[in-house]
Every structure is written in C-alpha cells, then in structure tokens.
Design a binder for this molecule. Structure first.
Ligand code: PEP
Ligand code: MN
Length: 352
C-alpha cells in the first residue's frame, strides 16, 4: 500500500501520515517524487489490517489517495509509479528518451590501459566508463582486480575523460570506499541475491546498476531491486546480462531480450542490457546491442579494451576501440528507427 500525498501537502501532514503508519507497528518510507510525496509501507501488512488502515489513512489531511499495489514487489512496480523513473549519474540520464551507452574494460588493469580505454569510450561516443576493480572470478587463480588501486585509477580516468564511472562492489564493507571513488555501484550477477550487499547499497544515495543473476527469474530480479528501494535508495537501474546458456558451445549465456519489454511493462525502473556477458563473443556483440535497443532497452553496457588479446579478463568478448566506434554508428540508426537517440557524453568541463 502506498499513500500518495497531495501536491501541496505540508511537511507536518506528511509526518502525521508516517506517524499513523508507525503507530501500527509498520515501517513507513518517505519517497519524494517529481510532484507528489509518496509514503510507502515497507512491511507486509496483515490482511485484516489492510482495509481499516487504508480507510483511516485516506481521511488524514494532505492525503490524495491510496494506491493498492498487487505485485509483491511494491516500490519497483509500475502500479506504484506509473511514469518511468529517470536515474541521473553525473549528468547522464538513464530512462530518458536517449539511450545510454556505457563502455570500458572488464577490469582495470593498469593506468595506461584505463586511460586509453576512457579516451576510446569518449571518442566513440560512449557516455560512461566501466571497469572492475573487484572481480568475482569463477576460479580463485584468475585475475581478481587491483582493488583500491584500481578504484583510484578508474576515478582518475573518469575525471580525465569527463565520463562518469561505474564499478562493481562485492562486499558490504567496501560500499563506502567504492562509492567515494565511483559514480555508480554495480551489483554483479553473482551477487544479485546477496541481501546484506543489497541492503548496504540501499542505505547509500549512490546510483546502483543491478545485474540479473544467471538463474534468476524476472520476479527475483525485481525483489532484489526492492531490497535496495526499500532502504530508501530510489536510484536503481536494472541490467539484463544473459541467463544460463542452452548452447555453451556457441554462446557464454543466453541473452534474455524477452526480459526487456516485460520489465519495461511491470517496473518504472530503467532497464539496460549487457550484450558482452550475454553472448560472450566480441564479433556478436554489435548485433545483440542493436537487438537490445530495438527491444526497448534504455541503454547498454559493453566491454571494450584497447588490446583485447592482452586483456586479463574477458578479452574474447571485448570490442576494440574501432569496433566500438563502428558499432555506435549502427546503434544511432537503430535508436532512430524506434523513436530514440543515443545519449551524448557529458561536456568535459562538467566533470572538472
Ligand atoms: C562484469 O561486468 O564484468 C561482470 C562480472 O558481469 P556479471 O556480473 O554480469 O557477470
Ligand atoms: Mn567481464
């Protein structure tokens, strides 16, 4: 249940609604929106309390109406917020008419590598820089990332290129450190159901890129998002990155583009696609990127490395800077064909 306040509701009226909810032992969440304040009830409401609670809240001063949300994930649902949410990250807007393209290497490997990558992202027309500093790898013998040194290098490359950055956080204890260095926190597929981590990023006000787990259903992805929203952080972008493959001989995962129109229908959160992990081979990434935008994705996150053959992780699925720039040209045509455009990178001066 969500209480939608009138446009001109006074702070004291909002407080009174929160107090009335809390008086019944429920947790109230103040959710400032574009025009109205909404107050969510972030607890499950016993069935016999639902009707009497709704009737009594409806009578309070400043209340516009009560929204009954039938989906089990309340705050992520489009029933709660009909208009699409726009998540802004350093001047880049996810969920707006223009599609956002994030690019960069799988992992930050060296100062030169990440600076070259950032320059190539900007030259090709990408909006944001990616690069992992903490790499959750299948094998403990694989490159694990440069950790804090990697974060500092990513931050330097972001500043130098004027591109906002996104990087993965794998441990709740590192959330503050990562948030102090990067503009957006990535929750990787392997951690989609790491609830302490979801709660920790939900307690920040930092934008979050939440990737779908390889065996997670769409509902499970939305419940994971709900963990973040329910802590008060509304800046969540969802990412489809492929589910367990039927045919590992040819594809690393199966990119579930079905999820894009389905998610756009049932949630107000922006949805982007990662075709690099989705298919796992650089030569097929441009086709799946075009398909993702045609399916209605709000953007893409793609791996690109200055020298993919030398990459310490995911080189086989990383585009070269030239392939990236060529792909961007073809994406402009597809975005135009579906009534969208490709977002421009922020002006370099804005990052200074
Ligand atoms: C990554 O983005 O490099 C990554 C590890 O992705 P995923 O969590 O989707 O496997
Ligand atoms: Mn990767």
């Amino acid at each position: 249940m969500i209480v939608l306040m009138q446009k001109d509701a006074a702070p004291a009226e909002i407080e009174a609604v929160i107090a009335a909810i809390e008086a019944r032992g429920l947790r109230a969440l103040n959710l400032p929106g574009g025009e109205h304040v909404a107050i969510g009830i972030a607890s499950s409401i016993p069935p016999d309390l639902r009707e009497p609670l709704a009737s009594s809240l409806e009578l309070l001063a400043g209340v516009d109406h009560i929204v009954h949300v039938s989906r089990p994930y309340k705050l992520a649902s489009r029933e709660f917020r009909r208009a699409s949410t726009v998540v802004e990250v350093g001047g880049v807007r996810f969920g707006d008419a223009a599609c956002v393209v994030i690019a960069g290497p799988c992992a930050v490997e060296s100062r030169q590598q990440i600076l070259e990558s950032a320059a190539a992202v900007r030259a090709g027309g990408g909006c944001m820089l990616r690069g992992g500093a903490y790499k959750p790898r299948t094998s403990p013998y694989s490159f694990q990332g440069l950790h804090e040194e990697g974060l500092a290098l990513l931050q330097e490359a972001g500043r130098e290129s004027g591109l906002p950055t996104v990087t993965e956080v794998v441990d709740p204890h590192d959330v503050e450190t990562v948030a102090s260095r990067a503009d957006m926190l990535q929750i990787g597929a392997r951690n989609m159901q790491n609830y302490p981590l979801l709660i920790a990023v939900g307690r920040t006000s930092h934008p979050v890129l939440l990737k779908r787990g390889p065996s997670a259903t769409i509902d499970e992805l939305l419940f994971a998002a709900e963990y973040i929203l329910n802590q008060g952080n509304q800046r969540v972008v969802l990412c489809e990155r492929g589910v367990h493959p039927l045919d590992r001989a040819y594809t690393r995962n199966t990119l579930d583009l079905n999820a894009v129109p389905v998610l756009k229908e049932i949630t107000h959160l922006p949805v982007i696609v990662d075709p690099s992990h989705g298919i796992g081979h650089a030569r097929h990434v441009p086709a799946m990127s075009r398909a993702a935008l045609a399916a209605g994705a709000d953007g893409l996150i793609v791996e690109m490395h200055p020298r993919p053959r030398e990459a310490l992780s995911d080189g086989q699925q990383s585009l070269t800077p030239q392939q990236f720039a060529e792909m961007m040209e073809s994406l402009r045509a597809v975005a135009g064909a579906v009534g969208r455009s490709i977002a421009r990178p922020p002006e370099p001066a804005s990052a200074a």
